[in-house]
Design a protein around this ligand. Structure first.
Ligand SMILES: [Zn+2]
Length: 687
């Protein structure tokens, strides 16, 4: 399943990013507040913090260390999957960045800027838009810089499978081979071209390396044995063949395949991690090692099956997972993460789940739609230690594994990346609030309680929101086939409304899940009212909302404002539009009305009713208002793209290679991190 991306899912950078976290009641506040470490053009580099690391046992810390090393080990693969030139470009930029001495400062500044964007996007195509971006330096400047770096010691040893560049002529040849890929905007302009031009089809026009030299037509009728983890090429005999991503087995029975260098290195780290893992997780790791050796799908399924049933505090994923980089939707891109359970928030969700029956009884809908027994989701709030490959800080929720055969039998793990969400929020939230909040009271409330409110909203939404309510006989198989294209909007809205309804319930105080109930509830309501305005930022064209979450948020705010006069008000000050909650209890009355109606619609599968509601309140907006919102955001100069800077784990070892101590630090400069990662494969470090 495509993971939730903050750009589409969150309620948009006004402290109300929906999975934002860290609250006095639920979560230990994180002391370091300035997480934004670098800004390059539209992109921001944001530190991921994992305060829960300190609470781990030494054994868990050692496990985290080796899993993180395995994440670093596979990082180069994704560069190669996205472009045939990715690894050479990466080596070139890293060697220059590591040997800047004597390079013309003006050229060096431009190279550094480009290198940072290159790392942030794992190549010279934008990670989100898939479009190529160009450097500000010239080919000559780059060549001169590379030659100076070479004199200073760069390129002297091999980088993974790339041979050293020992003579100036080698550097010149290398540069020439990269010229078009770096400087020609028309050369491989997209990672994944969904609407290609110039007579090419979607895979010919894509820069990714899943099917080099082939067309969709060539692939017709070709049955892959390794659809997820192979590159398809035409062999010398003219036949199509699969280059399987695999390390090979130690006994030589399965020969090494594509990416063997990286997968072997990852496996060496996993072997060490396995020693520190609990038995069930060690079993999962064992299957992954075997999968990386053989490339066999059965091992991947065995890994997923063991992994999904294991809820370790230090958890991870590592593999060829999401397929949306491939226009054909078959090839998995390499990605990984290592996480630590955010215990306070996960515990809060568990306590809510145990009290689901109570909240069901207090729900404002008809008694005949009330459940008496519950099957509740397992939701895991996590702080991220490291993300590599095709996995980025903007992913704030993910549901894995993707294999139907696993989750139908064993369920799935729902990750909420609260650490990522918190970092994104800290990097941008306050600036936006200062511009859009209705007044000083709202600004103060958001800064004191905004994050607690959004974390509580998340917990209530996930735990007692989606799982609540009983359907009528008629739709007992599920409401989706009845409500069709309006189903997601209804269901997301219903879950949000369950949070807004219950935030005032004394049970939350009793369970210790809320600090200052009145203020947290008001902060949650401020956000819910304001988001209908602020989210217009994400819809630069047209005058309708298409995205389900954006529709449900506008539906809530506009329905309540219309049905309960005096609840939510829009007003103008100095030519700017603001939204204010005029009366919180009146707004709650509206929340109850809409929640009861959405429950009825879902339970009865009433398509006409949901269509009328969403079309009236959730779809249309005033484009002039949107233009105003866009202009105000533009002035704030907030970043558009985000790259995570991972935690840095360092270990000291005993005589037998056992981990003695692991320490966590945070890189203050993304360049240091990327050069450190690159060094795993033999690049020269700066003298
Ligand atoms: Zn939801």
């Amino acid at each position: 399943m495509k993971p939730l991306n903050s750009a589409f899912f969150s309620s948009l950078l006004l402290s109300l990013i929906i999975f934002a976290v860290a609250t006095p009641a639920l979560c230990q506040p994180d002391k370091a507040s300035n997480v934004l470490v670098e800004r390059v053009a539209d992109a921001a580099f944001v530190q991921l913090h994992a305060p829960s690391f300190q609470a781990l046992t030494p054994r868990q810390q050692a496990l985290a260390y080796w899993l993180a090393q395995a994440s670093i080990a596979i990082d180069p693969i994704f560069y190669d999957q996205m472009s045939a030139y990715g690894l050479q470009q990466k080596r070139l930029l890293e060697e220059i960045m590591a040997h800047p001495r004597g390079i013309d400062p003006e050229a060096m500044a431009k190279i550094a800027e480009f290198a940072k964007l290159f790392w942030a996007n794992r190549g010279n195509h934008n990670d989100l838009t898939s479009q190529k971006f160009l450097p500000a330096f010239t080919f000559d400047q780059l060549e001169k810089a590379a030659l100076v770096a070479q004199k200073d010691g760069a390129f002297r040893i091999a980088y993974a499978d790339l041979p050293p560049l020992k003579k100036p002529a080698d550097v010149k040849r290398e540069l020439e081979s990269l010229r078009a890929s770096l400087f020609d905007p028309a050369f491989e302009p997209m990672i994944t071209a969904k609407s290609p031009v110039g007579g090419k089809d979607t895979i010919q026009a894509s820069s990714n390396t899943f099917y080099p030299g082939l067309s969709l037509n060539d692939l017709k009728g070709f049955q892959e044995k390794y659809p997820l983890n192979s590159r398809v090429v035409r062999a010398a005999d003219g036949k199509l063949t699969e280059l399987v991503y695999r390390a090979g087995t130690p006994d030589g029975k399965v020969p090494p395949g594509l990416y063997a260098t990286y997968l072997k290195q990852a496996n060496a780290c996993f072997e060490k991690a396995r020693v520190y893992a609990e038995p069930a997780q060690a079993e999962a790791i064992g299957h992954l090692i075997r999968y990386y050796q053989t490339g066999e799908y059965a091992e991947w399924v065995a890994f997923g099956t063991a992994w999904v049933q294991n809820d370790a505090t230090v958890d991870f994923d590592n593999g060829f997972i999401e397929v949306y980089r491939d226009a054909r939707g078959a090839k998995g891109s390499s990605q990984s993460f290592v996480t630590i359970t955010d215990k306070p928030l996960s515990t809060a969700m568990k306590e809510l789940a145990e009290n689901a029956g109570y909240f069901e009884q207090k729900a404002p809908w008809d008694a005949k739609y009330k459940l008496t027994s519950f099957k509740l989701p397992v939701v895991k709030a996590v702080e991220t230690l490291i993300e590599t490959g095709d996995f980025s800080i903007t992913t704030i929720g993910d549901n894995l594994p993707n294999e139907n055969e696993i989750h139908e039998k064993y369920g799935s793990k729902n990750f909420l990346f609260t650490g990522s969400d918190r970092a994104l929020d800290e990097a941008t939230g306050k600036t936006a609030i200062a511009e859009f909040a209705a007044g000083p009271a709202e600004i103060e409330r958001a800064s004191k309680y905004g994050r607690e409110a959004s974390s509580l909203l998340t917990a209530l939404h996930e735990v007692i929101g989606h799982g609540s309510g009983k359907l009528s006989e008629r739709v007992s198989g599920g409401a989706q086939p009845f409500l069709k294209e309006y189903f997601s909007t209804l269901e997301e809205g219903r879950a949000d409304l369950m949070a807004l309804w219950n935030v005032w319930d004394p049970k939350l105080k009793e369970l210790g899940l809320i600090s200052n109930q009145e203020e947290v509830a008001k902060a949650m309501y401020d956000s819910a009212a304001l988001v209908a305005l602020s989210q217009l930022r994400r819809i630069p064209h047209g005058d309708t909302i298409e995205e389900d979450h954006a529709r449900d948020r506008q539906l809530i705010a506009h329905y309540i404002a219309d049905k309960v006069p005096g609840s939510i008000e829009q007003f103008t000050r100095d030519g700017k539009t603001y939204v204010r909650v005029a009366d919180y209890q009146k707004m709650r009355q509206g929340v109850g009305m809409l929640l009861a109606e959405l429950m009825r619609i879902k339970a009865e599968g009433d398509y006409d009713a949901i269509k009328a509601l969403v079309d009236k309140y959730g779809v249309h907006f005033d484009p002039a208002l949107r233009d105003q919102v866009l202009a105000r955001y533009k002035k704030l100069n907030l970043p558009t793209y985000f790259a995570g800077v991972n935690a840095r784990l360092t270990a000291s070892f005993g005589k037998n290679g056992e981990v003695e101590k692991v320490e966590i630090h945070y890189w203050d400069d993304p360049v240091k991190q990327y050069l450190d990662y690159g060094a795993m494969y033999g690049r020269n470090l700066a003298p």
